[in-house]
Structures are given as C-alpha cells and as structure tokens.
Design a protein around this ligand. Structure first.
Ligand code: WT7
Length: 635
C-alpha cells in the first residue's frame, strides 16, 4: 500500500525514508494505486543528469484528462470541479460540475481538431482567468496538443516571442479582459503580436467584455458558435507518459525566455500527490489558489493537481483590491473556502490596508493557508497567521519553481511544525543539497549554500523547448550531477530549509520571476541609451523592486530626465509588460566593471539597497572611480 495521504510526522519521516531508499518502488506504488493508466510502464525511472535525461513511467500510456475528469464522473459527476468567481462581485459565480466540465472540454477538443490541431501541435493560450482558460488547457491535453499558456499581462512583443519560439499554430484569446475597474483590449495585443507570427493560422476568440473588435477574415473565429456546433464526445488521445503535456515560459539570465517542457505521466502523479498532502485536501473541501493559470502555480495547483484529486478548485478572475481590499475575504466567506493559497506580495498588500477589511467576513472555514513565489518575511507571515488563520490554520510556505513542476520544500499542514519564513522540510521524494562555491556539498545542519536537488522527481521539466543544450547549461552544469535551482538556502539546526533568494540574475518582483537581461535589452533599445544594468532593492509590498542604472549616449545633450524615465518604462512595458517597469532610474556616466568587462552587480545592488558601508574590494575594478560618483547620485 502506498501512503497517499500522510497524517503524522512519524509517517512523514517513514514515507520520506522509503521514497529516498527505494524511489522507484515508492513512486510505482503511488502511480499504480491512484491513477488511471491505459497501459502500465515498462520501467519506472531512467536518468542521467549528465546528458541530462530523465524518464519516468516509460512505456506507460494515459491521458491526463481521463484522470482529471472522466474517472470522477461516476462518483463525483455533479460535484463542482471549477468554481468561477467573476471580477465583478455582482455577477453570479459559476459552478462547473465534473459532468459539465467533461462536456465542455470535449466540445472544445473537437473544435481544436476541426481546426486542424493534431497531437504534438503547439497551441498558444492567451486568456484572462475565465473558465475557457482551464477548459482550453484541458482540451489541448485531451487531444495531445501541447499547450503554451502565456500570462495575459505580457505585452504583444513578449507574446510574439513565445508564439514563435515554439511554433504555435493557433492562438486562443478573448476579446478583452476585466481586471478590477479596468478593461483590457487583449485581442488588440494579439493582433499586434501576430504581425510577427507567420506560423499562426487561426485565432479562436472567446467573448468576455463584448467589445466591438476587428476580426481578421480567414484567421479569427468566434469561439462560442463553434462550441455550440461541436459534439460533446471526444475520445481522449492516448499519450506516452513522456509525451510533452505543455510548455511554459520562464525568464532566465539571458534575453530569451526559456520554454520549460513538462511531460505527462510524472507531472500528473507528482502534482496530484503533492496537492493531496500539502493542502491536506479532503472530499468536501473548497480549495482556492489565487494565482493566474498563466503561471506554473495555476497549471499545477488550480488545474491539474486539484482536478486529479476530484477537488473543487476556485478560479478568480479579479484582483484583491476590487471593489475593495475585502474582496478575497468576501470570496472566502461566500464559498466557504477551506484551503487558501496566495503569494507573499498579496499578503503584504492586504496587510497594509489593515484588518478592518478582514473583520467584516467570516473566515472560519479556512483550514490551511499557503504561500508561494518568493520568500515570505516574518511580519507578513505573522499577519497571515494571526489575522487570516487566527492561529488555527497552519501556513504552508511552499518552495518550488516553474522548472520543478510541483512543490518541493514545504511543511505538511498538521504534520510538520511550522516556523516563520521557513519552507521547512523536503517533500516526499525530494533530495535537496546545499553546495559551497567550490562545488562541494555542505553536510550537516546550521549551514547555508546554493540549493541543488540530487535525484530526479517525477514532475521535473525535461528540457527547454528547442534548446536542450541551454537546459543542460542552466541547470546541470554549475554542479556536477545535480540540478541547480538558482536559489540560495540555509538549513537550520533541525534540518529545516529557509530559502534566502536568487543567487543568479533573476529578480522576483511581486512574485514574478524577471531576468535582468531582457529588461536591459528593452532599455537599450532606447535611442538615447548606451548601456544599462538592473538590480533589485527591497520593497515593502513587492518584495523587490527594480533599480536601473542607465548610461546615456550623448552626455553633452541635455534631455529631460523624467521624460526619459517615462520613455524607458514605456519601452519595457511594450517589450515585456508593466510588471517589469523600473521604480528608480539613475542616469550615470559609467558602470563598475571587472577587468574582463563584466558589470559588478554586487556593487550596484548594495548602492540600490543603501548598504554602502561595506562595498567590498573595489580596487580591482577597471574603473573604480565611477563607484563614488554612482553613490553620490544614488536615488
Ligand atoms: C522562484 C521560482 C513556483 C511557483 C511560483 C514561482 C522563488 C518560489 C518560494 C518560497 C522563497 C520562493 C524562488 C524560485 N520562490 N517559492 N516559498 N520561498 N522563494 O515560480 O516563477 O518559476 O519562480 O521563486 O526564487 O526559484 P517561478
């Protein structure tokens, strides 16, 4: 018998030890007992971190939507699968049962097939948080098409880059979106993007804001009439366990986004198993993750993980501040939410508004609180614990990444004693290692280092779309035979982990992973800019904000600096999206560089963080004199 549901700390340790000693037996038992396979695997795991190559459940056949939908029909057909809560609180919520979801996914899948989408084709989904988003994701999976969801806050340039990188044939979009009091012209963004995407031959458009938008003849089609005409019966395509399920882009330290490829069998097993345990999900719970499905959190813990467990998963279209800062709590009360999973940046934004908004609502349904996306500071942790959970709902601080597919280091609620700011213990099957700068593993407790994972887990990304070499270089080259996460971490006296933050050129702003290189590339497109460098500095709500140092081409020319700042942020908005805008822009005559020409970000970071008392040794710089100048003019 596998231990699908862990309930005590001794059980955690016992299962953990088994998952490490006999990983293949362990995962085989979980996979065998809790999922529906069309054919069992020939081999549980084969791996080589040198190549790198990882295969789980090789030879097995399945369709993930049969696991997420069909197999629940006889036992939970009338249970709500997706509970859609619209942007506007006066619009009624929509309860989509498993039976209805089955029909809607099948219809959508038939529309995709009818428009020429086949197994293995890539489909880009650019939708707001409306039911069609979850349904189109599942419809792709139903027919074996590879979905590539692009968060609908990305600009047209960013969208085009992602569409082209994976040669998407089709885009699924909407006329527009509601976000708080704003409406956004999403279709206009798609139209702009598609000017540069010759490979896209059709666009399916869902109606959400009912705006009058241009539809391109021969390319754009309204979705609803096609769905109405389609059959609600669509046989699931039988997939290999290692067939790609989706691509999801994440930023990296170089300009181009990385299309992380997740495959079917292992991803399903791991997201389902983590969902069950990390949220201690039981049958009548109402689970709500506030993330957008455009991020991995939404893929794994709004769609696949919850549905694989037959759960009710809330999908919220709006924002925490509309119509006021009580909206989250209103929804918790209205739907009697039992598990609530959000980001530290949201907690800080809500905390700033005071407890008045909370006190109006009954939050007694809450059993488990989760956080993800960035380190949670002690103050936010306590605010969440005291005011939202009333000290009765344990906080699960879940550390993981787009690349890991599922939660990696986390407490199990009611099982693992929590500790503020600590993600605590590795989840079942996860073998973390802390590494020193010479590439040696640091053993023992009360140590810190670079966080690596020593052994494969079922939901790890298998490659970067179209660039396996980059996958190898980014994740498997810094430390031999180990997956390198890019994060630093410390391990305390009892073996609990605390994630200290990125050790590479990625900055997490409001929980969004931003690479410095693409932002610098965007700034450098400005005709007046010669060079730039971005660093992060602490921000009360966003966690980090961006500080840009910019060298102008013609210093003799006097230009209005505030106008330039606006133009630079406008360029960033166009190239990436508003999430990457800079809070501070300092114009400077030079950037501190090493003798090999590399920008010394460490120094720039310290200046931006106002930690200039100890800048370290600057004497080896190519241009030590610029440091004082930058300090004197710091913002
Ligand atoms: C990076 C991954 C995984 C879903 C959302 C982000 C940071 C994530 C935590 C946490 C401290 C965290 C890490 C990680 N991060 N969760 N609980 N504590 N840091 O996915 O965009 O791929 O970002 O987010 O730095 O590497 P992502």
């Amino acid at each position: 018998m596998s231990n699908y549901h862990i309930k005590h700390l001794e059980e955690y340790y016992q299962v953990y030890r088994k998952s490490i000693r006999e990983p293949e037996n362990f995962w085989e038992e979980v996979a065998e007992e809790h999922f529906m396979w069309r054919k069992k695997w020939d081999n549980v795991l084969s791996w080589d971190f040198n190549k790198p190559e990882v295969k789980w459940f090789e030879g097995a056949k399945l369709n993930i939507t049969e696991n997420c939908i069909d197999r629940h029909l006889s036992t939970r057909g009338d249970k709500t699968a997706i509970l859609f809560e619209p942007n506007d609180s006066s619009e009624p919520a929509e309860h989509i049962t498993y039976k209805q979801l089955h029909k809607r996914v099948n219809k959508f899948a038939n529309v995709l097939k009818d428009k020429g989408i086949q197994k293995g084709d890539r489909v880009c989904i650019y939708l707001p948080m409306i039911p069609e988003l979850a349904i189109s994701v599942l419809a792709c999976a139903r027919i074996g098409a590879i979905h590539s969801v692009v968060f609908a806050g990305f600009s047209s340039t960013a969208l085009a880059t992602r569409i082209n990188d994976s040669d998407c044939k089709m885009v699924i979009a909407s006329d527009g979106s509601f976000r708080g009091s704003k409406t956004i012209d999403l279709k206009g963004i798609v139209d702009d993007a598609l000017e540069d995407c010759p490979g896209v031959n059709s666009v399916l458009v869902a109606k959400r804001i009912h705006s009058d938008i241009p539809m391109k003849e021969g390319r754009d089609l309204w979705l609803q009439p096609l769905l109405d005409a389609a059959s609600d019966d669509c046989k699931a395509e039988i997939m290999d366990a290692e067939d790609p399920l989706f691509i999801l882009y994440t930023s990296g330290s170089t300009g181009k986004p990385k299309g992380m490829v997740h495959t079917t069998g292992g991803y399903m097993v791991y997201t389902a198993y983590t969902f069950k345990n990390v949220f201690q999900y039981t049958e009548n719970d109402v689970y709500w993750c506030t993330a957008d499905i455009g991020w991995i959190t939404g893929h794994s813990y709004i769609v696949y993980g919850p549905l694989a467990n037959g759960a009710t998963s809330v999908m919220f279209e709006g924002v925490p501040s509309y119509p006021d800062f009580g909206r989250f709590w209103e929804i918790v009360e209205k739907h009697k939410v039992t598990q609530f999973y959000t980001a530290p940046t949201a907690i800080r934004a809500l905390a700033k508004e005071g407890v008045g908004h909370l006190e109006k609502y009954d939050l007694s349904s809450l059993k488990v609180l989760g956080t993800v996306g960035e380190p949670i500071n002690e103050e936010a942790w306590h605010w969440y614990d005291d005011n939202v959970g009333k000290k009765k709902a344990p906080i699960v601080d879940t550390w993981w990444q787009t690349e890991t597919g599922g939660i990696m280091i986390t407490p199990i609620p009611f099982v693992t004693p929590t500790k503020p700011t600590y993600a605590t213990l590795p989840f079942i099957g996860i073998q973390p290692a802390l590494m020193d700068e010479n590439g040696k593993e640091i053993k023992g407790n009360q140590v810190d280092g670079r966080l690596c994972i020593k052994f494969p887990w079922p939901s790890m990304a298998r490659t970067i779309w179209g660039n396996h070499q980059r996958y190898k270089e980014t994740y498997f080259s810094a430390f031999k035979d180990k997956y390198f996460t890019g994060d630093g971490a410390l391990r305390d006296e009892v073996g609990y982990y605390r994630i200290t933050g990125r050790v590479d050129d990625v900055i997490i702003v409001s929980g969004h992973n931003l690479g410095t290189a693409p932002i610098e590339d965007a700034i450098n497109e400005h005709p007046a800019v010669a060079e730039s460098a971005i660093v992060g500095f602490p921000h009360d709500i966003k966690g980090n904000a961006l500080y840009g140092y910019v060298i102008l081409k013609d210093v003799g020319e006097t230009r209005d600096h505030n106008n330039l700042r606006k133009e630079i942020n406008q360029l960033i908005t166009e190239q990436i999206g508003p999430i990457a805008k800079l809070d501070k822009i300092q114009f400077t005559s030079g950037l501190p560089k090493t003798r090999s020409g590399k920008i010394m970000r460490r120094i720039l970071r310290k200046i931006a963080c106002k930690e200039t008392s100890n800048l370290g040794d600057t004497s080896t710089l190519l241009n030590p004199e610029v440091v004082q100048d930058i300090m004197d003019n710091a913002l």
